[in-house]
Design a protein around this ligand. Structure first.
Ligand SMILES: Cc1cc2nc3c(=O)[nH]c(=O)nc-3n(C[C@H](O)[C@H](O)[C@H](O)COP(=O)(O)OP(=O)(O)OC[C@H]3O[C@@H](n4cnc5c(N)ncnc54)[C@H](O)[C@@H]3O)c2cc1C
Ligand code: FES
Length: 282
């Protein structure tokens, strides 16, 4: 498998040594998800904040463990590094108790990113489920920052319930953008929900794609990914132009421990971004 970039480069001599990162801001996304805006606690540690969309960092809280979390901000100076974290267990639960001024450890960035250069000149379809919008937000904001390099941008976002929606403050703005469409649906509405109800795949009926010039970026629960990838191929997208992220339990994050083994690949270094063609040849 050809690496798309030198994505596993580390920034300290000891790859297991986390870099302290100060929490600058915490933005609640919904009752279970918060976005943390980080800045390096040590002067001169900017290298760790240089990353590409689709990459992740290993985040640690002392005595609570470590977990892989995707970077949700776009690359580039001044954007900072944001992590959008769902409270799942020990590490993420501990993170949710932290606030501005507190410090977490990060190592990375790790993993193969989305092939942003390869996507230039193409229409892009972003399909996200729940917190899967986090790594896609990094890629989408990178496209918006270099708008002339990409064709039409479409975001299809599905969540289980309205209270699972992330980045709700941004979704309306994305819908109003030029050459940018954003459609949101929930599996189950509530009394206040006036939007669409149905799985994310129901949104495919609302978009008019040009399959030969469209690439797709997909992230969400594994069951959603499987259905969406098949649907995209049925719609005429070539498997080489469909990119998704895979999630596996990770320990080292750098290809040493084997914990993230999947069909002969290590998700931490061969992925987490794979094309459908790569997955089919697994
Ligand atoms: C490349 C990558 C990127 C990720 N990006 C994000 C992100 O941006 N935001 C986010 O909130 N989460 C993300 N995750 C998932 C996140 O790493 C897990 O939720 C986290 O490890 C849970 O750690 P914990 O110590 O809080 O929970 P634990 O106490 O370890 O586990 C809580 C529960 O979650 C399950 N679990 C833990 N890790 C995973 C996993 N990788 N896949 C499925 N189930 C798991 C456990 O089995 C357990 O049931 C990502 C995972 C990967 C591999
Ligand atoms: S997490 Fe250790 S090899 Fe991937």
């Amino acid at each position: 498998m050809t690496p798309r970039s030198n994505a596993t480069a580390t920034y300290t001599a000891n790859p297991y040594l986390p870099l302290p990162a100060r929490i600058r801001e915490v933005r609640p996304e919904n009752p279970r998800v918060k976005t943390f805006v980080l800045e390096p606690a040590d002067a001169g540690a900017e290298a760790a904040f240089s990353f590409e969309p689709g990459q992740f960092v290993m985040v640690s809280v002392p005595h609570q463990g470590e977990a892989p979390i995707s970077i949700s901000s776009p690359p580039g100076r001044g954007s900072g590094l944001t992590l959008t974290v769902r409270r799942a267990g020990r590490l993420t639960g501990a993170m949710h108790t932290l606030g501005p001024g507190d410090t977490v450890g990060i190592r990375g960035p790790y993993g193969r990113p989305f092939p942003m250069a390869e996507l230039e000149g193409r229409d892009l379809l972003f399909v996200a489920g729940g917190i899967g919008l986090a790594p896609l937000r990094s890629a989408l904001l990178a496209c918006l920052a270099a708008r002339e390099r990409y064709g039409a941008l479409t975001v299809l976002y599905g969540c289980r319930t309205p209270s699972d929606i992330c980045f709700s403050r941004e979704l309306d703005g994305w819908n109003a953008g030029e050459g940018l469409r954003c459609r949101v649906t929930v599996d189950r509405g509530d009394a206040a929900w006036q939007g669409r109800v149905g799985l994310v795949t129901t949104l495919f009926d609302e978009v008019d794609l040009r399959p030969e010039r469209t690439s797709a970026l997909v992230c969400g629960p594994e069951v959603m990914i499987r259905v969406v990838l098949d649907r995209l191929e049925e719609m005429g997208l070539a498997p080489e132009t469909i990119f998704t992220t895979l999630e596996r339990h990770m320990k080292c994050g750098i290809g040493l421990c084997g914990h993230c083994h999947h069909d002969g690949r290590l998700v931490c270094t061969d992925g987490p971004v794979f094309s459908k063609a790569e997955l089919a040849s697994g």
